[in-house]
Structures are given as structure tokens and as C-alpha cells.
Design a protein around this ligand. Structure first.
Ligand code: ARG
Length: 461
């Protein structure tokens, strides 16, 4: 009973831990999220110690049963986490002593919290990355569904937020499909890089016990053990990569949200949302505001913050373990939670969006968006260089602008003022849908291209 409240190092210390240090030093309120990974790793470590005859099998069995009991307790919410025992590792070890007595003392042979925490954290990030991959796939599926319905929906493609060239709404949506595809690869890449088990590196130098690190690594689902014990306990690249991949993905979603906010604005009116994705105003009865999109746009700030924080914590940290690194988990957990919410919201938002097709078509016609098509026509049919054709087309645009006409409203006579030798076949180039469908180059916006891309994407997902 006397030992119950003592820290594992109490015999070495003359005074009690300061209260303020206990508050800042304890991470249990954060790293209790690692309990499943911590218990799984401790069970495998114990099995390895027993297999290698480093500890007795009776003790190993007691430890494993005790750990399983602790897991059930935590699962059910019946476990009391104590700030005074600092972190998840010591909370579980203490509880094990309470359940099985002195045999618990054999569990921490040939390991340290330094390799333990990295192992738990890597296992956690593996699971978290797989969840994120699933969530990204859902967003991609919804983009694909929306795109399928809009391969012939013409909208203005913008550069500098100015009307540039006609594109399909589908092609626009699928540009985000590509971004998310790369995001998935970033998470997958990290999963490959982190696939080495640090457990058994002990404090920093390895251990003199005859442990079997390959056994531990394989049983925990890693490809192999890490090769340098110092790097093992000091490495947080996998957390940084996770937060970087999260930040980039959140940035993509932020751009999509911003597009949607602009397209939905009263100035653009290109898209609408279902009411379930809108909020009202407390004073203006007419308002319907796209708050979910605004939140998606803003959340990336949190993801950037977490990435910046971990990079700063790691900067200039000498070898090997330092307590500075303890804060890595809060950053990753919160980065994960934020991105997960953002992805879920984005998937729903995409489902709820619909194109205001007539406005899109109207807007695609504004701003002389087929001027390039006219230049291309002259290059292809009149043997002019692109620069010559460009300047003829520029003059035509000046004329249309001055006369307040769309390019498609010009008569053949008017067009011929700028290049004599033309017949009425030229007028077709001013049609925005025709313009869109002429873009048959690989990756272009023509219906035929986009339809074949959708077919390809469907197989990928
Ligand atoms: N809670 C600690 C962390 O997350 C575990 C490692 C503690 N190691 C130590 N030498 N104090 O970093």
C-alpha cells in the first residue's frame, strides 16, 4: 500500500515533485490516447522476453493477463488515469503492479520509455493514417459522383479570378481529385518510411540482453526493427511527415472551400448549396451563409500551426531524447482530429453542391473567353504564327468590348474587318461549348476526355 502512490524513481529523490512541474510535466491527459498501442507493444515485448528466456514464462503470463485486464478497464472507462504518474506508460505499469504484484517489475526489462513512446506513437500514426486515407477516398468518390453529372456543364475557367477560358464543371471538380490523390500518396509514403520498429533500442544505446528485435517488429506489424538505437529514440520525422501531409491536404480543401464560397457569392451565383450546409443571420432575415465552407477554409490554420510547432520543437534538439518531444503527441492528435473533421465536412459539402447551369453558361460567355480559340483557328486554317493570330484576335476583342458585344454576337462581316479571308465556319469558335470540347489534348477539358478520365478514376478508387 505504501508504494501505491510512489513514482518509480522515488528512492533516488529527496523531495516531492513540484506541483507546477507535475502540471506541465504530466502528459497523461493527452497520451492516454495511446493506451491500446502501449498495451499491444508491452504484450509483444513481454512475449519476446519470455521466448528469449530473459524473464520466466509464469511472470510473462501474469503480465500479459494483467495488461489485458487493464485494457478492458480503460475500454470501459473504469480506469483512473493519474497525473502524478506522468504518462500512459507509467500509469499502465503502476496499474499492473496493483493487479499482479511484483511480477509487474519484469515488464520494463530491456526497454525504456524512450523507445516505448516512439513505438506507441508510430503504431498510432499508422492507424490514424489509414483512417485519413479512407476519409480522403470518400471526398474523392463524392467529387467523382458530382463530376459525372456535370461533364457537359460549361463554366468560366478563371485565372487571376478573371474569366479565362470555358471549362466543364466536371473538369474543375476533378482537379481536386488529382490533388487528393497526391495527398493520399503523401500519407502512404509516410506509412512506408515509418515502418521500422524502435522497441528494444532502450534508453538510447541498445541493450545487453539477448532480445529478438525482429520478432518484436514483425509481431507488431512493422517490416523490420530500426537500425540505430540513437536515431530510434530521437526520430520524430514520422510525426512531422504526418503533420505535413495533413497540412497540404487541409490546404487543398481550403482552396476548394474558397472556390465554393466565391462561386456561391451573390456576385457569382455559379453554385448553390442545400440548406443543410447553410446558416442564417441573427439580424438579416434574407441571409443564407456558407459557414461549413468557411470553416473548412479556416481549419487549415490549425494544421499549419501544428506543423510549424513540431518543426520548431525539433529544431536544434541535440541527440538523443529530450522531454521537449513529449508535446509532439498533442500536435499530432489535434492535427488529426482537425483534418478528420475537415474531410468529413468536405465530403458532405461536395454532395450538397449543385451547379446553376444557366448562370455558369452566361458567365462562361462573359469576358471574351473564346479569344484564344479564334487565334488558334487562324493558326490552324490560315497558316499564321500564333503571335500574328494573337494580335488579330486582340484587336477583335477591343472591337467587341467597345461595341459592348460578346464574341459570339459578332457577325461574319464584323469579324472579317480583322482578317479578310474568312467564311462562316469561323463563327463556331466563339461558341463556349465548342471551345470546351475542342480541348482534347491529354488532360484537357473536352467532354470526351473528362468522361474517359472518370472511367479511369472509378477503377482507381
Ligand atoms: N511521456 C514521455 C514522452 O512522451 C515518454 C518518454 C519519457 N522519457 C524520459 N526519458 N523522460 O516523451
Amino acid at each position: 500500500m505504501k508504494n501505491k502512490n510512489k513514482t518509480v524513481w522515488s528512492n533516488r529523490f529527496k523531495s516531492k515533485t513540484s506541483q507546477s512541474f507535475q502540471k506541465i510535466g504530466s502528459s497523461i491527459h493527452i497520451d492516454k490516447r495511446l493506451y491500446e498501442q502501449d498495451i499491444a507493444a508491452s504484450i509483444v515485448h513481454t512475449q519476446m522476453l519470455s521466448k528469449q528466456k530473459i524473464i520466466k514464462s509464469e511472470d510473462a503470463n501474469k503480465i500479459i493477463n494483467g495488461l489485458k485486464k487493464i485494457k478492458v478497464k480503460i475500454d470501459k472507462g473504469n480506469f483512473e488515469f493519474k497525473e502524478k504518474f506522468e504518462d500512459i506508460h507509467l500509469n499502465i505499469e503502476k496499474a499492473l503492479f496493483d493487479i499482479i504484484g511484483p511480477s509487474a517489475g519484469y515488464m520494463h526489462t530491456a526497454r525504456s520509455r524512450n523507445d516505448q513512446v516512439v513505438t506507441d506513437f508510430k503504431l498510432w500514426i499508422k492507424d490514424a493514417s489509414k483512417e485519413i486515407l479512407k476519409d480522403i477516398s470518400l471526398v474523392m468518390k463524392n467529387l467523382l459522383k458530382k463530376a459525372e453529372k456535370n461533364t457537359d456543364t460549361v463554366m468560366p475557367g478563371l485565372t487571376h479570378l478573371k474569366n479565362a477560358q470555358p471549362i466543364s464543371f466536371a473538369h474543375y471538380l476533378l482537379s481536386y481529385f488529382e490533388m487528393l490523390k497526391r495527398d493520399k500518396k503523401r500519407f502512404e509514403n509516410n506509412l512506408n518510411l515509418l515502418d521500422e520498429c524502435p522497441l528494444g533500442s532502450a534508453a538510447l544505446s541498445g541493450t545487453s540482453y539477448k532480445i529478438d528485435r525482429t520478432y518484436t517488429a514483425k509481431k507488431l506489424g512493422f517490416k523490420k526493427p530500426t537500425d540505430n538505437s540513437i536515431d530510434s529514440v530521437s526520430d520524430r520525422d514520422f510525426a512531422i511527415d504526418f503533420l505535413y501531409a495533413s497540412a497540404v491536404c487541409a490546404m487543398h480543401l481550403s482552396r476548394l472551400a474558397e472556390d465554393f464560397i466565391i462561386y456561391n457569392s451573390d456576385a457569382f451565383k455559379l453554385i448553390s448549396f442545400k440548406d443543410s450546409m447553410l446558416t442564417g443571420s441573427s439580424i438579416m432575415p434574407q441571409k443564407k451563409n456558407p459557414d461549413p465552407a468557411e470553416l473548412i477554409r479556416g481549419k487549415v490554420g490549425i494544421n499549419y500551426g501544428k506543423l510549424n510547432a513540431i518543426l520548431t520543437i525539433m529544431k536544434g534538439l541535440p541527440m538523443s531524447y529530450f522531454k521537449d518531444m513529449q508535446d509532439d503527441k498533442e500536435l499530432v492528435f489535434s492535427g488529426f482530429d482537425t483534418l478528420k473533421d475537415t474531410l468529413t465536412m468536405s465530403a458532405e459539402l461536395i454532395n450538397s453542391v449543385y451547379a446553376n447551369k444557366s448562370n455558369m453558361l452566361f458567365m462562361a460567355n462573359q469576358g471574351h473567353t473564346t479569344a484564344t480559340d479564334f487565334a488558334d483557328y487562324l493558326v490552324k486554317n490560315k497558316n499564321l504564327s500564333f503571335r500574328e493570330s494573337y494580335s488579330i484576335s486582340a484587336k477583335l476583342v477591343n472591337f467587341a468590348e467597345k461595341n459592348e458585344k460578346l464574341l459570339s454576337e459578332l457577325s461574319l462581316e464584323e469579324v472579317k474587318k480583322f482578317y479578310k479571308n474568312l467564311d462562316k465556319s469561323v463563327l463556331k469558335v466563339f461558341d463556349v461549348k465548342n471551345s470546351m470540347n475542342m480541348k482534347k489534348s491529354h488532360g484537357g477539358t473536352s467532354i470526351i476526355n473528362v468522361k474517359s478520365m472518370i472511367k479511369k478514376y472509378k477503377k482507381e478508387i
